[in-house]
Design a protein around this ligand. Structure first.
Ligand code: FAD
Ligand code: NAD
Length: 475
């Protein structure tokens, strides 16, 4: 280890490690300091996403969805399975293997890009120096021409519902459960609540979600939200809107949750309670006095459009700065910053960051919702195509949901695409690309889509915006 680098990245999650790799690819000397600690005390790069977020949740979503399909769907295909059993320990073992392969992969990527990975804590000092405390507690002061802060986020705690690691847990705890709780309560019907609630519901838990807001998924297009709420309720998830949790007490292996709704004060008793009410930026111990790096009122590191903090050559990316808390948003910011540092072009188009909720049906969108377009006052048209009319979706037994495209009337620019249905998270990529290149709905209409594919639904939705859909009656 030398003590001087072109770039030091603090944080090795999906914002920090791509920043380090791209800086290395750009021929710069780079160190990436990361302090993630697994439950067994070991260190791993990859941050929340690889260790306790995107990857483990998708592994369990996949396993539990397979079980659900085997039980509920196979018979329709003429496949008869008797006595289907499942083994939570094996599901967890598979998940742990995927996480390990992913996090260890970063070590290989670092090696290839000549990034020095430094497990431990990083603290920015004034003058672009970084205090590095290794895992044994030994301190060193490193110097850098540029510092990239990528310290991520942590779950927002709920006052009066303190986590105890057993009955009251956060999303990480919900990913590590060793058996299926009979009754699972979830505070917050947001992205984490829905994904992890789906996992344990499919495995047999009675799931009750308490959501403070009166509206469901307010950030999504409301036509999608309505369809999603219907689907989740049909799956037996008890979603209680307008339910403001005031506290939770663990007693004798169960949890008593108090909440207020329109009818007054209510109590719910569950075996496990997941607190999933959002995440907040993590900057504890990151900034020494006098660095000049500013936080906003909500604790995010202040940055401009190009992730500059305003302190010369100090940058910040990912969940610790404004914008959606999404791995791919952080990754693009990390890459942009590493390219700008090297004097190359770098840019993030925040208008085309896709969102995906990996439930069944899957939900994905990019751009503005119909509600946002309407509020903006620009005249618009919409085209909707249901998967019920898609031959491929029918063949897949996945006809629930639709693709909705919103385009401007004046120049036909695509303003938003909203999908609920099979592989929505994959299908949205075409809409992202279209919007990135300022495509019109006519551009999509004139693009050949293979038949029979799910992507034809986007093609038909674009046609439907001009009442030219072929495979569904135009309204
Ligand atoms: P993080 O991933 O939080 O990484 C920050 C790293 O920096 C951590 O390792 C932390 O220990 C380290 N660190 C912090 N401070 C210091 C310091 N001072 N010194 C050294 N190291 C430090 N997003 C998606 O896009 N898709 C999904 O499917 C998805 N699923 C999710 C599921 C769950 C259950 C959760 C909790 C989140 C999910 N997210 C998902 C969100 C995603 O995980 C985050 O947006 C992403 O991890 C943010 O990346 P980051 O690098 O900014 O921060
Ligand atoms: P969220 O903001 O999606 O949802 C939190 C919900 O909790 C909100 O609906 C909020 O109204 C509700 N809430 C807040 N306080 C409450 C209270 N006292 N009682 C009842 N409800 C309350 O946050 P999250 O689900 O915790 O996820 C955190 C972040 O992680 C999100 O920003 C998300 O982008 C990211 N994430 C992304 C994915 C994905 O991309 N698929 C998956 C998981 C997490």
């Amino acid at each position: 280890m030398t003590d001087t680098y072109d770039v030091i990245v603090i944080g090795g999650g999906p914002a920090g490690y791509p920043a380090a790799i791209r800086a290395g690819q750009n021929g710069l000397t780079v160190a990436c300091i990361d302090e993630w600690k697994n439950l067994d005390g070991s260190h791993a790069f990859g941050g929340t996403c690889l260790n306790a977020g995107c990857i483990p949740s998708k592994a369990l979503l996949e396993s539990s969805e397979l079980l659900y399909r085997a039980r509920e769907e196979f018979a329709v295909h003429g496949i008869k399975l008797a006595g289907i059993e499942f083994d939570v320990a094996q599901m967890q073992k598979r998940k742990a293997g995927i996480v390990k392969a992913s996090t260890q992969g970063i070590l290989a990527l670092f090696k290839a890009a000549k990034v020095v990975g430094l497990p431990g804590h990083g603290r920015l000092l004034p003058g672009r120096e970084v205090e590095y405390t290794d895992t044994a507690g030994k301190k060193a002061v490193l110097k850098a021409k540029h510092v990239v802060l990528a310290s991520g986020s942590v779950p927002t705690p709920l006052r009066n519902a303190a986590l105890n690691g057993r009955e009251i847990i956060d999303s990480w705890g919900a990913l590590e459960l060793g058996s299926v709780p009979k009754r699972l309560g979830v505070i917050g019907a947001g992205v984490i609540g829905l994904e992890l609630g789906s996992v344990w519901r499919r495995l047999g838990s009675e799931v009750v979600m308490l959501e403070a807001l009166d509206s469901f998924l307010p950030m999504a297009d409301q036509q999608v939200s309505k369809e999603a709420l219907r689907a989740f309720k049909k799956q037996g998830i008890d979603i209680r809107l307008g339910a403001k949790v005031s506290g939770a007490v663990a007693k004798d292996g169960a949890v008593e949750v108090s909440y207020a709704d329109a009818k007054g004060t209510q109590t719910l008793t569950v075996d496990r309670l997941v607190v999933a009410i959002g995440r907040r930026p993590q900057t504890l111990g990151l900034l020494a006095d006098g660095t000049g790096v500013a936080l906003d009122a909500r604790g995010f590191i202040q940055v401009d459009q190009e992730c500059r903090t305003g302190v010369e050559n100090v940058w910040a990316v990912g969940d610790c700065v404004r914008g959606p808390m999404l791995a791919h948003k952080g990754k693009e910011e990390g890459v942009m910053v590493a390219d700008l540092i090297a004097g190359h072009h770098g840019e993030v188009n925040y208008k085309t960051v896709p969102s995906v909720i990996y439930t069944a049906p899957e939900i994905a969108w990019v751009g503005e919702t119909e509600e946002q377009v309407k509020a903006g006052g620009r005249p618009y048209k919409t085209g909707v195509f249901p998967f019920l009319a898609s031959g491929r979706a029918r063949a897949m037994e996945a006809t629930q949901g639709f693709v909705k495209l919103i385009a401007a009337i004046d120049d036909d620019e695509i303003l938003g695409v909203h999908i609920i249905g099979p592989l929505a998270g994959e299908l949205i990529a075409e809409a992202v690309l279209a919007m990135e290149y300022s495509a019109s709905s006519e551009d999509l209409q004139r693009t050949i889509h293979a038949h029979p594919t799910l992507s034809e639904a986007l093609h038909e939705a674009a046609l439907a915006a001009d009442k030219k859909a072929i495979d569904f009656p135009n309204r």
